[in-house]
Design a protein around this ligand. Sequence first.
Ligand code: SAM
Length: 229
Amino acid sequence: MFYDNHNFEGLKFFSEIKTHPTVAKPCEKFLDIIKQLKTPPTQRNIVVAEIGLGYGATALQVLKLLDAGDMYCGFDFEDKVKDLTDDLQARDFGIKCQVVLSGNSRNQWDSYNWNLSELIFRMREQKLAGIFDAVYLDGAHTLLHDGLAVCLLKELIKGGGYLILDDLFWSYSTSTIEKGLGWDKFMSKEQADDKQIFRVQELFLTNDSNWERLSSPKEWRGIFRKRLH
Ligand SMILES: C[S@@+](CC[C@H](N)C(=O)[O-])C[C@H]1O[C@@H](n2cnc3c(N)ncnc32)[C@H](O)[C@@H]1O
């Protein structure tokens, strides 16, 4: 496993990487895009976002890649954001960039979408045409949450910026990790069987001429780039 040689003893958040194999590997595509943005001649200060932190497998590698002029924005439940904040304060990982973490409650209808919507209002006040250079969406994996997240992110991503959708072909009913979490109380069997991130992609990105698809249709991750006008 990617983090086998890492010692996270004494850290509440990162130590969970060892016990959750499904979220123990960083998203290489996200790292590749960030490396590309940080390589001459495109090299510049960038702002990137990860929606859904898991236990920081991707976040830690992203944070290590970014420079002092860069910013990492992470979104998840507020208790997870607190645990990550505590770990980053408890140990020096050699992180140079600015880290901005936004948490939401675990109340039933709450999600990262609230914080993303707040960000849009602040962005509009500042008359900016986008904030993020690259976003990795890896959150709830439902049409309900991630359909709205993609709509919000389409405005928050700068022209020329990237959006990665994870788990295009994942479904609740076939997932081993979601078993026993009671998804049957929240969605129909048809919805649990559906690949909801693929549905989101087809609804909001595939036919949008402002977005170019960079990934092949069969790839597990959908990679899109917002066209420059
Ligand atoms: C698959 S994990 C993310 C893995 C992470 N991106 C990585 O690469 O290691 C999904 C994350 O989405 C978060 N999430 C799911 N539903 C959410 C909601 N309604 N509000 C905030 N975060 C949510 C979960 O807490 C979890 O951390």
